[in-house]
Design a protein around this ligand. Structure first.
Ligand code: SF4
Length: 429
Protein backbone atom coordinates (compact mmCIF):
# COMPACT_ATOMS: atom_id res chain seq x y z
CA UNK A 1 0.00 0.00 0.00
CA UNK A 2 2.98 2.32 0.16
CA UNK A 3 2.34 3.17 -3.49
CA UNK A 4 -0.78 5.00 -2.36
CA UNK A 5 1.24 8.08 -1.58
CA UNK A 6 1.91 8.29 -5.30
CA UNK A 7 -1.83 8.18 -5.93
CA UNK A 8 -2.68 11.44 -4.30
CA UNK A 9 -4.46 13.59 -6.83
CA UNK A 10 -7.84 14.77 -7.95
CA UNK A 11 -10.63 12.42 -6.95
CA UNK A 12 -13.83 11.90 -8.91
CA UNK A 13 -17.19 11.59 -7.21
CA UNK A 14 -16.69 14.11 -4.45
CA UNK A 15 -19.06 16.73 -5.79
CA UNK A 16 -19.36 20.33 -4.67
CA UNK A 17 -21.10 19.19 -1.49
CA UNK A 18 -17.71 18.08 -0.21
CA UNK A 19 -15.87 21.33 -0.93
CA UNK A 20 -14.79 21.54 2.72
CA UNK A 21 -13.00 18.21 2.70
CA UNK A 22 -9.82 18.19 0.62
CA UNK A 23 -9.20 14.69 1.97
CA UNK A 24 -10.43 12.50 0.48
CA UNK A 25 -12.42 14.40 -2.15
CA UNK A 26 -9.61 16.35 -3.80
CA UNK A 27 -6.57 14.42 -2.63
CA UNK A 28 -7.30 10.71 -3.10
CA UNK A 29 -7.06 9.50 -6.69
CA UNK A 30 -9.51 6.62 -6.70
CA UNK A 31 -9.05 5.75 -10.39
CA UNK A 32 -5.29 5.42 -9.99
CA UNK A 33 -5.82 3.31 -6.89
CA UNK A 34 -8.03 0.84 -8.76
CA UNK A 35 -5.61 0.78 -11.70
CA UNK A 36 -2.83 -0.13 -9.26
CA UNK A 37 -4.69 -3.37 -8.47
CA UNK A 38 -6.28 -2.36 -5.17
CA UNK A 39 -9.72 -3.87 -4.52
CA UNK A 40 -12.35 -2.67 -2.04
CA UNK A 41 -13.96 -4.96 0.53
CA UNK A 42 -17.66 -5.66 -0.04
CA UNK A 43 -20.27 -4.01 2.17
CA UNK A 44 -21.52 -6.36 4.86
CA UNK A 45 -23.68 -4.09 7.00
CA UNK A 46 -26.69 -2.24 5.61
CA UNK A 47 -28.42 0.37 7.76
CA UNK A 48 -32.03 1.04 6.67
CA UNK A 49 -33.26 4.40 7.93
CA UNK A 50 -36.87 3.36 8.07
CA UNK A 51 -38.13 6.49 9.89
CA UNK A 52 -36.73 10.03 9.86
CA UNK A 53 -38.30 11.38 13.05
CA UNK A 54 -37.74 10.66 16.71
CA UNK A 55 -39.89 10.74 19.85
CA UNK A 56 -36.94 11.96 21.94
CA UNK A 57 -34.88 15.14 21.83
CA UNK A 58 -31.37 13.98 22.80
CA UNK A 59 -28.96 16.86 23.18
CA UNK A 60 -26.03 15.17 21.39
CA UNK A 61 -28.01 13.70 18.46
CA UNK A 62 -26.07 13.87 15.16
CA UNK A 63 -29.25 13.58 13.07
CA UNK A 64 -31.13 16.63 14.42
CA UNK A 65 -28.69 18.68 16.48
CA UNK A 66 -25.55 18.86 14.35
CA UNK A 67 -24.36 20.16 10.98
CA UNK A 68 -26.40 18.10 8.49
CA UNK A 69 -30.13 18.83 8.43
CA UNK A 70 -31.10 16.61 5.49
CA UNK A 71 -33.78 14.87 7.60
CA UNK A 72 -35.96 17.94 7.01
CA UNK A 73 -36.36 17.26 3.29
CA UNK A 74 -36.53 13.47 3.23
CA UNK A 75 -39.73 11.37 3.41
CA UNK A 76 -40.72 10.68 6.99
CA UNK A 77 -40.95 6.91 6.48
CA UNK A 78 -39.34 4.48 4.07
CA UNK A 79 -41.86 3.48 1.40
CA UNK A 80 -42.33 0.07 -0.22
CA UNK A 81 -40.56 1.01 -3.49
CA UNK A 82 -37.52 2.11 -1.49
CA UNK A 83 -37.23 -0.96 0.72
CA UNK A 84 -37.91 -3.25 -2.24
CA UNK A 85 -35.15 -1.59 -4.29
CA UNK A 86 -32.83 -1.64 -1.25
CA UNK A 87 -33.48 -5.34 -0.67
CA UNK A 88 -32.68 -6.16 -4.30
CA UNK A 89 -29.48 -4.10 -4.21
CA UNK A 90 -28.38 -5.90 -1.02
CA UNK A 91 -29.20 -9.25 -2.66
CA UNK A 92 -27.29 -8.27 -5.82
CA UNK A 93 -24.26 -7.31 -3.72
CA UNK A 94 -24.39 -10.49 -1.62
CA UNK A 95 -24.58 -12.63 -4.75
CA UNK A 96 -21.84 -10.79 -6.62
CA UNK A 97 -19.42 -11.07 -3.69
CA UNK A 98 -20.48 -14.51 -2.44
CA UNK A 99 -21.31 -13.15 1.02
CA UNK A 100 -22.28 -15.91 3.44
CA UNK A 101 -24.00 -13.39 5.71
CA UNK A 102 -25.10 -9.76 5.82
CA UNK A 103 -26.26 -7.54 8.67
CA UNK A 104 -29.38 -5.44 8.10
CA UNK A 105 -30.01 -2.85 10.80
CA UNK A 106 -33.31 -1.02 11.15
CA UNK A 107 -32.55 2.51 12.26
CA UNK A 108 -33.94 6.04 12.42
CA UNK A 109 -34.72 8.55 13.93
CA UNK A 110 -36.61 6.08 16.05
CA UNK A 111 -37.37 2.97 13.96
CA UNK A 112 -40.36 1.85 16.06
CA UNK A 113 -42.20 5.00 14.90
CA UNK A 114 -42.46 3.27 11.50
CA UNK A 115 -45.08 0.94 13.02
CA UNK A 116 -44.88 -2.80 13.50
CA UNK A 117 -46.80 -3.60 10.30
CA UNK A 118 -44.34 -1.69 8.13
CA UNK A 119 -41.40 -3.22 9.99
CA UNK A 120 -42.72 -6.73 9.38
CA UNK A 121 -43.24 -5.91 5.68
CA UNK A 122 -39.70 -4.55 5.34
CA UNK A 123 -38.15 -7.57 7.05
CA UNK A 124 -40.24 -9.96 4.96
CA UNK A 125 -39.23 -8.14 1.77
CA UNK A 126 -35.54 -8.18 2.63
CA UNK A 127 -35.56 -11.88 3.56
CA UNK A 128 -37.41 -12.80 0.37
CA UNK A 129 -34.90 -10.98 -1.83
CA UNK A 130 -31.67 -12.32 -0.31
CA UNK A 131 -30.31 -15.36 -2.16
CA UNK A 132 -30.17 -18.82 -0.59
CA UNK A 133 -26.75 -19.30 0.91
CA UNK A 134 -26.64 -15.82 2.46
CA UNK A 135 -27.80 -15.48 6.06
CA UNK A 136 -29.51 -12.21 6.97
CA UNK A 137 -28.90 -11.06 10.53
CA UNK A 138 -31.55 -8.50 11.44
CA UNK A 139 -31.11 -5.94 14.18
CA UNK A 140 -32.77 -2.74 15.36
CA UNK A 141 -31.32 0.14 17.39
CA UNK A 142 -34.12 1.74 19.38
CA UNK A 143 -34.51 4.23 22.20
CA UNK A 144 -36.90 1.71 23.78
CA UNK A 145 -39.70 4.16 24.59
CA UNK A 146 -42.30 2.35 22.42
CA UNK A 147 -41.17 -1.16 23.25
CA UNK A 148 -43.99 -3.02 24.97
CA UNK A 149 -44.70 -6.73 25.38
CA UNK A 150 -46.71 -7.19 22.19
CA UNK A 151 -44.28 -5.17 20.03
CA UNK A 152 -41.37 -7.13 21.43
CA UNK A 153 -43.09 -10.43 20.73
CA UNK A 154 -43.71 -9.46 17.09
CA UNK A 155 -40.12 -8.27 16.64
CA UNK A 156 -38.78 -11.49 18.11
CA UNK A 157 -41.01 -13.53 15.80
CA UNK A 158 -39.21 -11.78 12.94
CA UNK A 159 -35.81 -12.74 14.37
CA UNK A 160 -34.84 -9.10 14.99
CA UNK A 161 -32.15 -8.51 17.62
CA UNK A 162 -32.56 -5.33 19.64
CA UNK A 163 -30.08 -2.78 20.94
CA UNK A 164 -31.19 -0.09 23.40
CA UNK A 165 -29.73 3.37 23.96
CA UNK A 166 -29.39 4.05 27.69
CA UNK A 167 -27.04 6.57 29.29
CA UNK A 168 -26.20 5.06 32.68
CA UNK A 169 -27.96 6.53 35.70
CA UNK A 170 -31.49 7.91 35.63
CA UNK A 171 -30.22 11.41 36.37
CA UNK A 172 -27.78 11.40 33.45
CA UNK A 173 -30.14 9.64 31.05
CA UNK A 174 -32.98 12.08 31.72
CA UNK A 175 -30.63 15.04 31.35
CA UNK A 176 -29.44 14.03 27.88
CA UNK A 177 -32.31 11.94 26.49
CA UNK A 178 -35.56 13.84 27.26
CA UNK A 179 -38.84 13.98 25.36
CA UNK A 180 -39.54 17.14 23.34
CA UNK A 181 -41.42 18.60 26.34
CA UNK A 182 -38.41 18.08 28.62
CA UNK A 183 -39.70 14.99 30.46
CA UNK A 184 -37.02 12.38 31.01
CA UNK A 185 -37.33 9.06 29.19
CA UNK A 186 -35.58 6.83 31.74
CA UNK A 187 -38.72 5.28 33.22
CA UNK A 188 -39.90 4.06 29.79
CA UNK A 189 -36.45 2.83 28.78
CA UNK A 190 -36.03 1.05 32.12
CA UNK A 191 -39.31 -0.75 31.45
CA UNK A 192 -38.03 -1.81 28.02
CA UNK A 193 -34.76 -2.99 29.56
CA UNK A 194 -36.63 -5.13 32.09
CA UNK A 195 -38.65 -6.70 29.29
CA UNK A 196 -35.54 -7.44 27.24
CA UNK A 197 -33.63 -8.71 30.26
CA UNK A 198 -36.19 -11.43 30.97
CA UNK A 199 -34.69 -14.88 30.39
CA UNK A 200 -37.00 -15.68 27.46
CA UNK A 201 -35.91 -12.51 25.57
CA UNK A 202 -32.25 -12.41 26.51
CA UNK A 203 -30.98 -14.10 23.34
CA UNK A 204 -32.55 -11.34 21.22
CA UNK A 205 -30.95 -8.52 23.21
CA UNK A 206 -27.80 -7.36 21.44
CA UNK A 207 -26.76 -4.79 24.04
CA UNK A 208 -26.72 -1.20 25.24
CA UNK A 209 -25.33 1.92 23.58
CA UNK A 210 -24.32 4.47 26.21
CA UNK A 211 -22.98 7.91 25.35
CA UNK A 212 -20.37 9.27 27.77
CA UNK A 213 -20.81 12.46 29.77
CA UNK A 214 -17.36 13.09 31.29
CA UNK A 215 -18.85 15.19 34.12
CA UNK A 216 -20.59 12.10 35.56
CA UNK A 217 -19.24 9.38 37.82
CA UNK A 218 -18.22 6.41 35.63
CA UNK A 219 -18.59 3.98 38.54
CA UNK A 220 -22.21 5.06 39.11
CA UNK A 221 -22.84 4.66 35.38
CA UNK A 222 -21.29 1.18 35.40
CA UNK A 223 -23.30 0.10 38.44
CA UNK A 224 -26.56 1.39 36.93
CA UNK A 225 -26.02 -0.71 33.80
CA UNK A 226 -24.73 -3.70 35.77
CA UNK A 227 -28.09 -3.82 37.58
CA UNK A 228 -29.67 -5.19 34.39
CA UNK A 229 -27.14 -7.99 34.34
CA UNK A 230 -27.79 -8.90 37.97
CA UNK A 231 -31.50 -9.35 37.36
CA UNK A 232 -31.02 -11.88 34.63
CA UNK A 233 -28.12 -14.23 34.98
CA UNK A 234 -26.23 -16.57 37.27
CA UNK A 235 -23.41 -15.08 39.35
CA UNK A 236 -20.78 -16.52 36.99
CA UNK A 237 -22.30 -16.65 33.48
CA UNK A 238 -20.30 -17.48 30.35
CA UNK A 239 -18.81 -14.43 28.64
CA UNK A 240 -21.03 -14.67 25.57
CA UNK A 241 -24.21 -14.51 27.66
CA UNK A 242 -23.16 -11.38 29.51
CA UNK A 243 -24.82 -8.01 29.00
CA UNK A 244 -22.87 -6.11 26.34
CA UNK A 245 -22.34 -2.34 26.50
CA UNK A 246 -20.78 0.01 23.97
CA UNK A 247 -19.65 3.30 25.49
CA UNK A 248 -19.64 6.03 22.85
CA UNK A 249 -17.81 9.31 22.53
CA UNK A 250 -20.26 12.06 21.59
CA UNK A 251 -19.68 13.11 18.00
CA UNK A 252 -17.39 16.09 17.63
CA UNK A 253 -14.61 17.29 15.34
CA UNK A 254 -11.84 19.90 15.18
CA UNK A 255 -14.26 22.56 13.92
CA UNK A 256 -16.89 21.68 16.56
CA UNK A 257 -15.06 20.14 19.56
CA UNK A 258 -16.88 18.86 22.62
CA UNK A 259 -17.03 21.63 25.27
CA UNK A 260 -15.42 19.36 27.90
CA UNK A 261 -12.32 18.98 25.69
CA UNK A 262 -11.95 22.75 25.49
CA UNK A 263 -11.77 22.95 29.30
CA UNK A 264 -9.64 19.87 30.07
CA UNK A 265 -6.85 17.91 28.38
CA UNK A 266 -8.39 14.43 28.16
CA UNK A 267 -11.66 14.32 30.17
CA UNK A 268 -13.06 11.35 28.26
CA UNK A 269 -9.79 9.44 28.64
CA UNK A 270 -9.81 10.02 32.40
CA UNK A 271 -13.45 8.88 32.61
CA UNK A 272 -12.71 5.74 30.59
CA UNK A 273 -9.64 4.91 32.72
CA UNK A 274 -11.77 4.88 35.89
CA UNK A 275 -14.41 2.80 34.13
CA UNK A 276 -11.78 0.36 32.82
CA UNK A 277 -10.25 -0.18 36.27
CA UNK A 278 -13.70 -0.85 37.79
CA UNK A 279 -14.46 -3.38 35.02
CA UNK A 280 -11.01 -5.00 34.79
CA UNK A 281 -10.52 -5.35 38.57
CA UNK A 282 -13.86 -7.11 39.19
CA UNK A 283 -13.28 -10.61 40.60
CA UNK A 284 -14.97 -12.05 37.52
CA UNK A 285 -16.22 -10.53 34.26
CA UNK A 286 -19.54 -8.83 35.05
CA UNK A 287 -20.48 -7.31 31.70
CA UNK A 288 -18.91 -7.06 28.26
CA UNK A 289 -17.54 -3.67 27.22
CA UNK A 290 -16.67 -4.06 23.57
CA UNK A 291 -14.44 -0.98 23.33
CA UNK A 292 -12.16 -2.35 26.08
CA UNK A 293 -12.30 -5.91 24.77
CA UNK A 294 -11.26 -4.77 21.30
CA UNK A 295 -8.31 -2.76 22.63
CA UNK A 296 -7.13 -5.74 24.71
CA UNK A 297 -7.54 -8.02 21.69
CA UNK A 298 -5.31 -5.80 19.54
CA UNK A 299 -2.80 -5.23 22.40
CA UNK A 300 -2.46 -9.02 22.61
CA UNK A 301 -1.62 -9.20 18.90
CA UNK A 302 -5.06 -9.82 17.37
CA UNK A 303 -6.41 -8.01 14.34
CA UNK A 304 -9.02 -5.37 14.84
CA UNK A 305 -12.58 -6.65 14.37
CA UNK A 306 -14.30 -3.29 14.63
CA UNK A 307 -13.98 -0.15 12.56
CA UNK A 308 -13.81 1.88 15.78
CA UNK A 309 -10.51 0.30 16.84
CA UNK A 310 -7.47 -0.37 14.69
CA UNK A 311 -7.30 -0.17 10.93
CA UNK A 312 -10.04 -2.58 9.81
CA UNK A 313 -11.91 -1.45 6.66
CA UNK A 314 -15.36 0.08 7.09
CA UNK A 315 -18.04 -2.04 5.38
CA UNK A 316 -21.23 -0.12 6.31
CA UNK A 317 -23.67 1.45 3.85
CA UNK A 318 -26.70 3.50 4.88
CA UNK A 319 -29.97 3.68 2.90
CA UNK A 320 -32.07 6.75 3.64
CA UNK A 321 -35.89 6.95 3.45
CA UNK A 322 -35.68 8.38 -0.08
CA UNK A 323 -33.39 5.59 -1.31
CA UNK A 324 -30.17 7.62 -1.17
CA UNK A 325 -27.13 5.49 -0.36
CA UNK A 326 -24.94 7.24 2.18
CA UNK A 327 -21.80 6.74 4.21
CA UNK A 328 -21.94 6.09 7.93
CA UNK A 329 -24.54 8.51 9.28
CA UNK A 330 -22.39 9.82 12.15
CA UNK A 331 -20.73 11.88 9.39
CA UNK A 332 -23.77 14.13 9.62
CA UNK A 333 -21.98 15.66 12.60
CA UNK A 334 -19.29 17.12 10.29
CA UNK A 335 -21.02 19.30 7.67
CA UNK A 336 -24.17 19.46 5.55
CA UNK A 337 -24.04 16.60 3.06
CA UNK A 338 -20.95 14.96 4.61
CA UNK A 339 -22.49 11.48 4.45
CA UNK A 340 -23.76 11.84 0.85
CA UNK A 341 -22.43 9.70 -2.00
CA UNK A 342 -24.73 10.89 -4.81
CA UNK A 343 -25.90 7.28 -5.32
CA UNK A 344 -29.38 5.76 -4.92
CA UNK A 345 -30.77 2.25 -4.68
CA UNK A 346 -32.97 3.11 -7.69
CA UNK A 347 -30.07 3.76 -10.04
CA UNK A 348 -26.84 2.35 -8.63
CA UNK A 349 -25.39 -0.89 -7.37
CA UNK A 350 -23.43 -1.04 -4.13
CA UNK A 351 -20.36 -1.88 -6.24
CA UNK A 352 -20.55 1.63 -7.70
CA UNK A 353 -20.68 3.06 -4.17
CA UNK A 354 -17.50 1.11 -3.32
CA UNK A 355 -15.68 3.48 -5.71
CA UNK A 356 -16.80 6.60 -3.85
CA UNK A 357 -13.77 8.42 -2.36
CA UNK A 358 -15.41 8.63 1.07
CA UNK A 359 -15.86 4.85 1.15
CA UNK A 360 -12.42 4.14 -0.35
CA UNK A 361 -10.75 6.38 2.25
CA UNK A 362 -12.22 4.19 4.98
CA UNK A 363 -10.88 0.99 3.45
CA UNK A 364 -7.22 1.81 2.84
CA UNK A 365 -6.17 1.67 6.50
CA UNK A 366 -2.87 3.27 7.33
CA UNK A 367 -2.70 5.24 4.10
CA UNK A 368 -5.73 7.33 5.05
CA UNK A 369 -4.16 8.48 8.30
CA UNK A 370 -2.56 11.86 8.98
CA UNK A 371 1.23 12.05 9.27
CA UNK A 372 0.85 12.46 13.04
CA UNK A 373 -1.15 9.23 13.30
CA UNK A 374 1.18 7.35 10.96
CA UNK A 375 4.09 8.16 13.28
CA UNK A 376 2.14 7.44 16.49
CA UNK A 377 3.12 4.36 18.50
CA UNK A 378 -0.55 3.68 19.23
CA UNK A 379 -1.75 3.86 15.64
CA UNK A 380 -2.34 0.11 15.10
CA UNK A 381 -4.63 0.04 18.15
CA UNK A 382 -6.20 3.47 17.83
CA UNK A 383 -6.49 3.55 14.05
CA UNK A 384 -6.67 7.35 14.16
CA UNK A 385 -10.01 7.35 15.99
CA UNK A 386 -13.47 7.36 14.45
CA UNK A 387 -13.52 8.85 10.97
CA UNK A 388 -16.11 11.61 11.67
CA UNK A 389 -14.01 12.79 14.62
CA UNK A 390 -11.04 13.54 12.31
CA UNK A 391 -12.84 16.29 10.41
CA UNK A 392 -11.53 19.82 10.23
CA UNK A 393 -13.26 22.37 7.96
CA UNK A 394 -11.06 23.01 4.95
CA UNK A 395 -8.69 20.06 5.23
CA UNK A 396 -11.25 17.24 5.66
CA UNK A 397 -10.65 13.87 7.27
CA UNK A 398 -6.88 13.34 7.23
CA UNK A 399 -6.27 14.56 10.77
CA UNK A 400 -5.85 12.84 14.13
CA UNK A 401 -9.08 12.38 16.03
CA UNK A 402 -10.30 15.42 17.94
CA UNK A 403 -10.29 12.90 20.83
CA UNK A 404 -6.59 12.07 20.25
CA UNK A 405 -5.50 12.94 23.81
CA UNK A 406 -8.40 10.91 25.28
CA UNK A 407 -7.69 7.91 23.06
CA UNK A 408 -3.99 8.03 23.89
CA UNK A 409 -4.83 8.17 27.61
CA UNK A 410 -7.14 5.14 27.67
CA UNK A 411 -5.20 3.00 25.18
CA UNK A 412 -1.88 3.58 26.98
CA UNK A 413 -3.52 2.74 30.31
CA UNK A 414 -5.03 -0.51 29.02
CA UNK A 415 -1.81 -1.50 27.26
CA UNK A 416 0.21 -0.87 30.45
CA UNK A 417 -2.16 -2.86 32.62
CA UNK A 418 -2.29 -5.81 30.22
CA UNK A 419 1.49 -5.84 29.80
CA UNK A 420 1.97 -5.66 33.59
CA UNK A 421 -0.34 -8.66 34.00
CA UNK A 422 1.57 -10.59 31.35
CA UNK A 423 4.85 -9.89 33.16
CA UNK A 424 3.35 -11.24 36.41
CA UNK A 425 2.15 -14.47 34.84
CA UNK A 426 4.12 -17.51 36.02
CA UNK A 427 6.42 -18.85 33.27
CA UNK A 428 5.10 -21.95 31.48
CA UNK A 429 6.98 -25.16 32.40
S1 SF4 B 1 -5.60 9.82 16.93
FE1 SF4 B 1 -3.88 10.27 18.30
S2 SF4 B 1 -3.61 8.39 19.53
FE2 SF4 B 1 -4.81 7.85 17.72
S3 SF4 B 1 -3.30 7.15 16.19
FE3 SF4 B 1 -3.68 9.35 15.82
S4 SF4 B 1 -2.05 10.41 16.98
FE4 SF4 B 1 -2.18 8.28 17.79
Amino acid sequence: MEQLHALVGVSKGGGSGHANALWPYRELNVDALFHSGWHPVAFQEFVLKIHQRCNLNCDYCYVYRMADQSWRVRPVTMSQPVWTAAAHRIAEHAQRHGLSEVQVILHGGEPLLAGIERIVNIVTGVRAAIPAGTTVNLAMQTNGVLLDQSTLRLLLEQGIHLGISLDGTQENHDLHRPHADGRGSYVEVDRAMRLLSAPEHRAAFSGILSTIDPTTDPIACYDALLAYQDRTLDPMPASDSLLSVDFLLPHANWSAPHPACVKATHPFGDWLVRLFDRWYDAPHQEIRIRFFEEIIHVVLGGSSRSENIGLAPATVAVIETDGAIEQVDALKSAYEGAAATGHSVFTDSFDEVLRHPGIVARQIGLEALSDQCRQCTLRDICGGGQYPHRYRAGSGFRNPSVYCADLARIITHIRNRVHADLRCRPAMA
